[in-house]
Structure formats: structure tokens, C-alpha cells
Design a protein around this ligand. Structure first.
Ligand SMILES: NC(=O)C1=CN([C@@H]2O[C@H](COP(=O)(O)OP(=O)(O)OC[C@H]3O[C@@H](n4cnc5c(N)ncnc54)[C@H](O)[C@@H]3O)[C@@H](O)[C@H]2O)C=CC1
Ligand SMILES: O=C(O)CCC(=O)N[C@@H](CCC(=O)O)C(=O)O
Length: 489
């Protein structure tokens, strides 16, 4: 019998499904154990969310905000505990998980601004009466989270959804159940009414039961393109439900004409290797000119990348890179490196498994210029693929040769070149002389192609959390000043 890990109708109860565990990937220790939610428990949670929804939506925005702010205070009070928990369960270094918790706290004020600006009430006078645009919540929504930002990214759906008056069923990644449990406990302490937020822990089967439930009004998903596409198929023929998909990327970074080589290399490293390459926005492909400047950048990049400190999340001298999420993920990246070498890639800095029973790997860089028919897959780890080019436009075409379209960037001292690049590149996030990771919560966040379904998150999450209601209103019934032809009163 495992502990109470499901939060349904304001009560912590044990799961009725099979037991699963969560491991500290850097130290190979078990940190959590629990039983998955059964189908009956998924049904009970959906019923609880449905029962709570009307009253939650009837509360004024300020009443809902007071509870969301109380959650923010809980986050601030427990920030070190939560940062420690994220580090332990993902292997990300503490310096980084502290920024994740700070982003969760920052999300609250930003979501209030977004709610008011994007979905607030608008009023316009009319010849008779007034026209209003108001917004209503969809109702009961499911939130699916990824493992790489187990706090910040689900929070980016949950906070705006609750503010708008929805009730939520949260299905976290099965790789990060402990972070989810701690976060939901903070919501509970903030005084969220029973049923408004329910936690359904489990693996794919729990996800399937929730996603296919008839009584949810929508699903907000952040995760892999593969799962997002499965969900999209599941939602086919159900146009009444809203589906927001934030998925992976295969993101290019181009370099041309830069004076400060170290600054360029810094932005490349931040783009490719932060979070051990486990960000959807990470640069996967680096396009470098096949000239003397390109050679100098590459040489410096190899030098800096070879010296990146990889280590444990709680090392006193903090590493830049912690571990990957699991030993399986680490082995998967090493297999990708082997595969690319077989296809004709030339390893310039070989990614290594640093300790076999952990997910600690070193960064890798591989020259893939000579690979014909380069595979269009997202490789979610610290392996950067380099392509040398002689023609900038051909490099942009190659960068666009992907079915994804999340982030892209140019490092160049030429504003004219950036203007040209911006016009031609296809992505939802396009940066100039900045890393392509580290997107702002105060901007929309989403991609095109296989990276999303045109429902951008972050600042625009407000849009998919509520639907607009247009009204024309007059405070008493009145004959119009001008009657339609053929009418006589
Ligand atoms: N565009 C964005 O905003 C972001 C995208 N990501 C992407 O997320 C991925 C990494 O996260 P993962 O946790 O591996 O994603 P994942 O797709 O494996 O899992 C995400 C969630 O979906 C659930 N799930 C998996 N298969 C399911 C199914 N058949 N039916 C219903 N639910 C299912 C999982 O249990 C988990 O809760 C990367 O591809 C990354 O690019 C990560 C962060 C941000
Ligand atoms: O949702 C937000 O508030 C902004 C999006 C964000 O924080 N993006 C991060 C993480 C994306 C990822 O998981 O890869 C980023 O751009 O680095």
C-alpha cells in the first residue's frame, strides 16, 4: 500500500492503479513512490472538478486572485524547498531550479495583466445601448505537464486557468510526481476550495483516461510532439473542446559577421546546453560560415564546451549542467550520437556518459554538414549539430527544412541581415544576438508546424483559458429609433 498521492475533491487519497517510482537521476536514488490513479479515480476527479466549477466561476476575479496570490506567498515561503525538490527530481542544478521557482512566482502578476489585457471586459457605446465583450471560462480543463520544467510549465497553464474561473485536473509527468505533489500542497495551503484543483498522478494510462474523458471541456498540454499528436487525434471530431498544444522543436541558430567571438560562443552555449539541452527552445542545429571566422568560432566553442562544468545539482561549486532526466534518456542521446556518426557526422566533442548508473552526460558537438537527408527529429539533450555554410540564404533554407518551428536565432552584428533573416525564418520565437532559450513569460510562447497548434502559451495563455461573449445590451425594452422597412407600430 502506497501513500496518499492523489488529490481529489480536496482530499489526499492513495492511487488504486499500479505503483510507480520517481528517481533522483543524478544520484540514482528513489525519491518518491506512489500508485497511479485508476480510471474510477479519474472519473471521480472530473466529477469533483465539475461540481466545483460553477461556484468557482461565480466568485469575483478579485476573490479568485486572492487565493492565487496566497499560493504565490506559499511559493515564496517554500522557495528553497521547492527548488530543492525540482533539483532532486530532475537533476537540474539549484541555481537553475531557483530561477524556475522565481518564474512560478512571477507568473501570477503577469497572468493578471494578461487576463485583463487579453480577456478583460470591453465596452463600446452604440446608437441604442452598449456593446460588450466579456469572457467566460471553458469549465473543466486538464493540464498535462512535461518533466523538464515540472513547476513552471504546468503552472503556466494552471494559474491563468484558475484566474479565468476554470477548475483543473492536473496530470504531471510521471518522472516528476514529487514536484507536482509539493506544488499542489501549496495550493491547498493557499485555501483553494475542494475540487477546484485535482491532482491525478500516473503514467500514460492515467493520461489517456483523462484526455479521453467526455466531461472535460479542454486540455492544455506541454510535452513532446509525439504525445501532442496523439492527443490531437484523440480530440478529432470533438470541436467543442479546446486543445492547446505546446510541443517540441528542432531549433536552428545561425551565425554570420560577429566581432565578439566570446559573446557569440556564450550565446551558443546558453542556447544549446542549458538544462543539459532539455529545453524545447534549445538550439539543436548551429549554422556556421565555412570561413576563417566560422573556424575561429568553432574552435572557441569546442574549447568552452569541453570545459563546461557538469555535476550534481547540490554541489557547492555549482555546475553549469546537471544531469539529464533519466539513465534511459542519457543512453538515448548517446545512441543518437552513434547514429549521426553512422550517417556521416563527425564528432568534434564527443558526448560521454560520465557515470553509468546516473544520467550525467557531458556536452557533445557533432559536425553534420555532410549528412544527406538529415533526420528531422527533436534530440532532447546536450548534443549540438553543426552545419557549415557558404551561402547565407541557403543556410536559412536549411534551417527552415524542419517540420517543427519553435525557436530560431541569429548572431550577427548586421541589423540588415537580421531584418532579412526575420522575414525568411519560420518559428514562433525569433531572437537576435540573444540565446534562443529563456523565453519571457510576458510574451507569447509557442511555435508553428509540429511545435504547436496555434494556441500560444505564456502571456497568451489567457486566450485559451476563456471564450469571448459578445453582447449588445439596453437596460429596458425600447422600440428602435428607425424601424425596418415594411414594419408599422
Ligand atoms: N513547447 C513547449 O512549451 C515545451 C515543450 N516541451 C517538450 O516536452 C518534451 C519533454 O517532455 P516529456 O515529459 O518527455 O513529454 P511527454 O510528451 O512524454 O509527456 C508529457 C505529458 O503527457 C503524458 N502522456 C504521455 N503519453 C500520453 C498519451 N498517449 N496520452 C495522454 N497523456 C500522455 C505524460 O504522462 C506527461 O504528463 C520535449 O519534447 C520538449 O520539447 C517541453 C517544455 C516546453
Ligand atoms: O511559459 C512561460 O512563461 C515562458 C516560457 C518559458 O519559460 N520557456 C522556457 C522553457 C521552455 C522549455 O521548456 O524548453 C525557455 O524558453 O527557456
Amino acid at each position: 500500500m502506497t501513500g496518499p498521492v492523489q488529490f481529489i475533491q480536496g482530499e489526499w487519497v492513495a492511487g488504486e492503479g499500479h505503483t510507480f517510482v520517481s528517481l533522483d537521476p543524478a544520484k540514482n536514488q528513489q525519491v518518491w513512490q506512489g500508485a497511479a490513479a485508476s480510471v474510477a479515480q479519474v472519473n471521480a476527479a472530473v466529477a469533483a472538478a465539475r461540481a466545483a466549477q460553477y461556484n468557482w466561476s461565480l466568485q469575483s476575479f478579485d476573490e479568485r486572485l486572492a487565493i492565487v496570490k496566497a499560493f504565490g506567498e506559499q511559493l515564496a515561503a517554500k522557495k528553497e524547498v521547492l527548488a530543492g525538490c525540482i533539483a532532486e527530481e530532475t537533476g537540474k542544478p539549484l541555481w537553475e531550479t531557483r530561477t524556475e521557482v522565481a518564474a512560478m512566482i512571477g507568473k501570477i502578476d503577469i497572468s493578471v495583466r494578461a487576463y485583463q489585457e487579453r480577456t478583460g471586459t470591453k465596452e463600446n457605446p452604440m446608437p441604442q445601448g452598449k456593446a460588450f465583450v466579456r469572457h467566460k471560462p471553458h469549465g473543466v480543463v486538464a493540464v498535462f505537464g512535461p518533466y523538464n520544467f515540472p513547476g513552471h510549465l504546468p503552472n503556466g497553464h494552471i494559474v491563468p486557468a484558475l484566474l479565468a474561473g476554470n477548475t483543473v485536473l492536473f496530470k504531471p509527468s510521471e518522472l516528476t510526481p514529487k514536484v507536482a505533489e509539493l506544488t499542489v500542497k501549496l495550493w491547498q495551503q493557499a485555501g483553494l476550495p475542494a475540487g477546484v484543483l485535482n491532482l491525478l498522478q500516473g503514467e500514460v494510462e492515467t493520461g489517456k483516461a483523462l484526455a479521453s474523458h467526455d466531461d472535460i471541456d479542454g486540455l492544455f498540454f506541454t510535452g513532446s510532439s509525439r504525445t501532442g499528436h496523439i492527443l490531437h487525434q484523440q480530440f478529432a471530431g470533438r470541436p467543442e473542446k479546446i486543445l492547446a498544444l505546446e510541443m517540441g522543436g528542432n531549433n536552428p541558430l545561425l551565425v554570420q559577421d560577429v566581432a565578439d567571438i566570446d559573446a557569440a560562443v556564450h550565446d551558443i552555449v546558453q542556447s544549446a546546453f542549458i538544462s543539459a539541452g532539455q529545453r524545447c527552445t534549445c538550439a539543436r542545429k548551429l549554422f556556421l560560415p565555412a570561413n576563417e571566422q566560422g573556424d575561429r568560432i568553432l574552435a572557441r566553442l569546442l574549447d568552452v564546451a569541453a570545459n563546461i562544468k557538469v555535476g550534481l545539482y547540490d554541489d557547492e561549486q555549482q555546475p553549469f549542467m546537471g544531469s539529464m532526466i533519466s539513465v534511459a534518456a542519457a543512453k538515448g542521446m548517446l545512441a543518437v550520437q552513434d547514429e549521426l556518426q553512422k550517417l556521416g557526422g563527425r564528432s568534434l566533442l564527443t558526448m560521454k556518459h560520465l557515470k553509468p548508473d546516473t544520467a550525467l552526460v557531458s556536452p557533445g558537438i557533432i559536425d553534420c554538414t555532410d549528412i544527406q537527408d538529415f533526420p528531422d527529429d527533436e534530440h532532447f539533450g546536450p548534443l549540438l549539430k553543426v552545419f557549415r555554410f557558404t551561402d547565407f540564404d541557403a543556410a536559412i533554407d536549411a534551417a527552415n527544412r524542419t517540420s517543427f518551428g519553435l525557436s530560431a536565432g541569429l548572431l550577427s552584428d548586421s541589423a540588415e541581415l537580421y531584418e532579412h533573416f526575420f522575414r525568411r525564418i519560420r518559428a514562433g520565437i525569433v531572437n537576435w544576438n540573444r540565446p534562443i532559450t529563456g523565453a519571457s513569460s510576458a510574451a507569447p510562447f509557442g511555435g508553428i508546424g509540429k511545435s504547436g497548434n496555434h494556441r500560444a502559451s505564456a502571456y497568451y495563455a489567457a486566450d485559451y483559458c476563456a471564450y469571448p461573449v459578445a453582447s449588445v445590451e439596453l437596460d429596458r425594452v425600447q422600440l428602435p429609433e428607425q424601424l425596418s422597412p415594411g414594419l408599422k407600430f
